[in-house]
Ligand binder design. Sequence first.
Ligand code: AMP
Ligand code: MG
Length: 417
Amino acid sequence: MAQNPVSPTSARSTNYSAAAARQAILERLTPVGGWERVNVRSALGRVLAEDVIAPCNVPAHDNSAMDGYAVRHADLAPQGESTLTIVGTAFAGKPFSGIVGAGQAVRIMTGAPIPEGADSIVVQEVTRAAEGKVHVPAGQRAGQNLRRAGEDLALGGVALPAGKRCGPAELGLIASLGIAEVAVRRRLRVAFFSTGDELASIGKPLAPGEVYDSNRYTLFGALSRLGCDLIDMGVVRDDPQALETAFRDASANADVILTSGGVSVGEADFIRELVNRLGEVAFWKIDIKPGRPMAFGRVGDAWLFGLPGNPVAVLVTFYQFVQDALQALSGVSPLPEPALFDVVCAETIRKQPGRREFMRGRLALVDGRQTVRLAGAQGSGVLRSMSEANCFIVLPEERGDVLAGETVQVQIFDGLV
Ligand code: AMP
Ligand code: MG
């Protein structure tokens, strides 16, 4: 910990750009230890702990990429039609066992091994077959329409590198090698709680001045999707003793502690003093909107992310800073760069230069062009805008007002993974 201080200066709070905050977090994190062997299905969403080395070639044999005829290219005349004798058929599961001799062809299905003697596949559509003969037009290339053994994955090569998170393609790829089990890193343990005297639990009537604790459900959703082991610690009152107990508990049981609320100017001192006794914490003013205050540090052996209380700010800070931090701690390597896309903005957006703003947007195809509009009211407490949005409209620090028709960048909420 000494070599990884979280407070780069002695200033009580430090102003960061979003990029600098992200970097300052990521450069401090190293993956947690521990791994286990799991079957292929259970590897979904898990991070590979070691390279997967191909124990065989994929495909295993040279095979046909098309339905057609396996031929010897040397038999084909450069001009006009060539006529070959059909000597058998090769199916994907039932290879042709003979040899293709001079002037001969074998009818072949996609995926069937290339019969001995043949070197090229002529697609069925260009041929005519009758009475045991096939007529092949000129213009065929030697070696055409073949899939070579090992062209997808070569025996002994790295099929998947350590640090890869397994999605559907990886499960299929592992299975295509005939591998039944892989080594994956252990799941990250994340303890999370909400702070605030005003918070009420769901399922009960609200007393005057109370709000339902929604952040814990938002975080439950975001963390579950990342495949973390969760420790839901409920609501903790704005009370030093209760907070200390919660932080001690959390740090004893988790790799990461996530809290919401209590990091704004009025409340931060309270948590700062406490956490600095148990570890080390920095309160950062990040030049973003929403989500300007955020705490980052360590409590005992656990990393702490103190997110703001406002429901939209929780998600913005989670996606911009916490998600990749959790990926890094889980061993994901390399981390994917945040993907931003240029699209046309259909409406005017007011913005003061200074902060990087993450507005909630709705991306849609309008007259054949991807076009974005604001998704409802943009207050940092308006969670509905997050639900109606399908992207963040990301407006960089220096940008002022956006006029209708100008280009903006968006970060899409969901993709193919
Ligand atoms: P704070 O950062 O604690 O000052 O909270 C900022 C705003 O977010 C206040 O309006 C809080 O009532 C609200 N808030 C804080 N925590 C939660 C929560 N868990 N669920 C919903 N709203 C919250
Ligand atoms: Mg509060």
